[in-house]
Write a protein that binds this ligand. Structure first.
Ligand code: SF4
Length: 341
């Protein structure tokens, strides 16, 4: 039964996509560099949010060569707010491999797949969209659609299931490979979306979808329960002196490596302890202004933060002191800290 359903997909999706596809900036051409950048940005971020980042990134770094030579500060700034900064570091690393090893963007799946930060999904997307190869791009969206179409209760985060779907799709890829990849993604992003009931009435696959037929589509896909996030408490100091604010570089390794932050310490301090902590930093607190509570959620950790706003008597040489405008324009401050601005 499943084989038949897979085989019906090109005939249903290609004409539907031609009529219904959204006009997105990365669909204007099939340059592998453009496809790659957009796919990496879209991995953890909504389409609407990515549009601006995509335009700014390609404007600043229009070629793989430019990306390979890009300054890390510029890269972090271009990625600021997108999160998962390892993605942009891998982009640069892969760009350097492309320039130094291949001279141009490689045009075979194996070489593309071997680049830093590129897994099966991204390699499949680049090779099918840019080079029209029959290489499926199977992500959570596609797995959700397939599990509903085939009424399959296998958890979609099961790696063997992903591989199986990839293999089944590879068998039925039409000659319009790139268009088919995008059509399947489009179905998962629009009518068969994640956070709402699937819009089965307007779906081109309605006539053969087992989930719709059996009334199980709303209950799919099945996912393994997620591990609970660890909660870490922190006190963040927004220290000002004559219109300048103190920021500092985060360590070169670990979470948000090499990005900027407001000085902060573990635990949630009351005002008196916060003032003492600032004194221990070698600064002289003058006025306490306010404190605010903020949270930031990472994949496995949640920061439960208290932001303490203090003015101090003098700047120092340990931290970097910048005006708000300078911070906004020059320093890559992750969202966890930017929310205190
Ligand atoms: Fe998804 Fe409904 Fe279409 Fe099936 S018919 S693929 S459940 S939108």
């Amino acid at each position: 039964m499943e084989q038949n359903i897979y085989a019906l997909l090109p005939g249903a999706l290609l004409p539907w996509y031609a009529e219904n596809k959204r006009d997105l900036p990365w669909r204007k051409d099939t340059d592998p560099y453009h496809i790659w950048v957009s796919e990496i940005m879209l991995q953890q971020t909504r389409v609407e949010a990515v549009k601006g980042y995509y335009a700014r990134f390609l404007n600043a770094l229009p070629t793989v060569e430019a990306l390979a030579k890009a300054d890390d500060e510029l890269l972090h700034k271009l990625w600021e707010g997108l999160g998962y900064y390892t993605r942009v570091r891998n982009l640069k690393k892969a760009a350097q491999t492309i320039v130094n090893t291949y001279g141009a963007f490689p045009a075979d799946y194996k070489s593309v797949r071997a680049l830093s930060g590129i897994g099966d999904y991204t390699a499949g997307a680049i090779c099918s969209i840019a080079y029209n190869m029959p290489t499926p791009a199977v992500d959570g969206n596609v797995l959700r659609v397939i599990s509903r179409l085939t009424d399959d209760v296998t958890p979609i985060d099961n790696i063997a299931y992903r591989k199986q779907v990839q293999a089944e799709l590879a068998k039925i890829y039409p000659k319009e490979a790139g268009t088919f990849t995008q059509a399947l993604m489009e179905l998962g992003a629009t009518v068969c979306g994640p956070n709402r009931k699937p819009d089965c009435e307007n779906c081109p696959c309605h006539s053969f979808c087992l989930g719709a037929k059996r009334g199980t589509a709303d209950t799919l896909p099945i996912k393994k329960p997620k591990a609970k996030r660890r909660i870490q408490e922190r006190t963040v100091f927004i220290l000002s002196c004559d219109g300048q604010y103190a920021i500092e570089k985060r360590p070169a390794n670990g979470l948000l490596a090499n990005l900027w932050q407001f000085p902060n310490v573990p635990g949630k301090l009351d005002v008196k302890s916060a003032i003492e902590a600032v004194e221990k930093m070698g600064l002289k607190p003058k006025d306490f202004h306010m404190q605010v509570e903020r949270k930031h959620i990472f994949t496995h950790i949640e920061w439960d933060m208290i932001g303490v706003y203090l003015s101090v008597a003098d700047t120092d040489d340990v931290r970097k002191w910048m005006t708000l405008e300078e911070i906004k324009a020059q320093a890559a401050l992750p969202t966890a800290f930017r929310q205190f601005l």
